[in-house]
Design a protein around this ligand. Structure first.
Ligand code: PBG
Length: 326
């Protein structure tokens, strides 16, 4: 015989719910990804598949960063949209390119009030849309490493606090870390997109970054992880930590909560999760149709990602969520 079991005792009053809360959200958990487009004049251009998100001009980028910082969000992640693309993605590592220029503009105004992270990859800068140079159907892993290192160095020189290689080539974290050390940037943080799956949830990002496939393979399956694997994620993280990553990331987030959980119990480094463009678009579309509550579903997914073990979340909801929880 037991006394009557009543879980309700712990739920039926707001204060008791507050008292027993295990996981919560704070603006400091979020990083906002931002697209900055070369040659855009004053205004920003909305991205159709990501309601509420725009490509920014340098001016609107700085305004956006002011708002982000005032909301208590510690960092933004910059993606550049260059004017011209070529086979080697040379605008990615041009010191006068859009990203270094944007970093300088933000740092000039905001200094240490906002950290600037830069996505490091070539896919937004190559005319074939791949993350590395290609030869026919082959992705040239080793030829890309020096280019990522050069790009990272230029971003660090411009004042970036964080570089975040997202290409999934082997050896890139080591190449970047060595270059940064050689050039005196010992304090630059590397967030590695260590566990990045070949996912269909990156769809809207193609519009945002103006990146689509031309020549070469039609997917990224030769270098991004297969969604049918978990244990490979451990190996990816081990390698990136050995090579000098400070923070590792899982991407996408919601379909891979089990991966986040497994990594968070196994490794003692801060873990980031990227709630990607397709996750954002899905929630926005359903809420705009009135099928789900936008704010509640946003907070529920973010909380789930935190509960799984992510310390920080890259999310296009960063501003909206910060406003909702502050
Ligand atoms: C570039 C990169 C991608 C994303 C971030 N960095 C696209 C891809 O790898 O195919 C996706 C981000 C998003 O969907 O929000 N390597």
């Amino acid at each position: 015989m037991y006394p009557e079991i009543r879980m309700r005792r712990l739920r039926n009053k707001p204060l008791v719910r507050k008292m027993i809360t295990e996981y919560s959200l704070s603006p400091s958990n979020f990083i906002l990804p931002i697209f900055v487009k070369e040659g855009l004049e004053e205004d920003s251009t909305p991205i159709e598949s990501m309601p509420g998100i725009s490509q920014h001009s340098l001016r609107s980028l700085v305004d956006e960063c002011h708002q982000v910082s005032e909301l208590g969000i510690p960092a933004v992640m910059l993606f550049g949209v260059p004017k011209k693309k070529d086979a080697m993605g040379s605008e990615a590592y041009n010191p006068e390119g859009i990203v270094p220029t944007a970093v300088r503009a933000i740092k000039e105004e905001l200094g240490d009030r906002l950290m600037v992270a830069c996505d490091v990859c070539l896919c937004g800068y190559t005319d074939h849309g791949h993350c590395a140079p290609i030869d026919g159907e082959n992705i040239l892993n080793d030829q890309a490493l020096e280019l990522y290192a050069k790009a990272s160095l230029e971003y660090a020189r411009a004042g970036a606090d964080i570089v975040a290689p997202s290409d999934m080539m082997d050896g890139r974290v080591g190449a970047i870390r060595n270059k940064l050390e050689q050039e005196g940037f010992q304090d630059t943080i590397i967030i590695s997109y260590a566990v990045k799956f070949a996912s269909s949830f990156y769809g809207p990002f193609r519009e945002a970054a103006e990146s689509s496939f031309g020549a070469g393979p039609k997917d990224r399956k030769s270098h991004q992880m297969d969604p049918s694997n978990l244990t490979q994620a451990f190996r990816e993280v081990e390698l990136d930590l050995e090579e000098g990553a400070d923070i590792v990331m899982v991407k996408p987030a919601l379909p891979y909560l089990d991966v986040i959980k497994a990594l968070s119990t196994r490794f003692s480094v801060p873990l980031a999760a990227y709630q990607v463009s397709g996750e954002y678009a899905m929630l926005k579309a359903a809420s705009q149709n009135g099928w789900i509550d936008g704010k509640e579903s946003m907070l529920e997914t973010l909380l789930a990602i935190r509960r799984a073990g992510a310390t920080m979340i890259l999310t296009y909801f960063a501003k909206e969520a910060a406003e909702a929880v502050k």
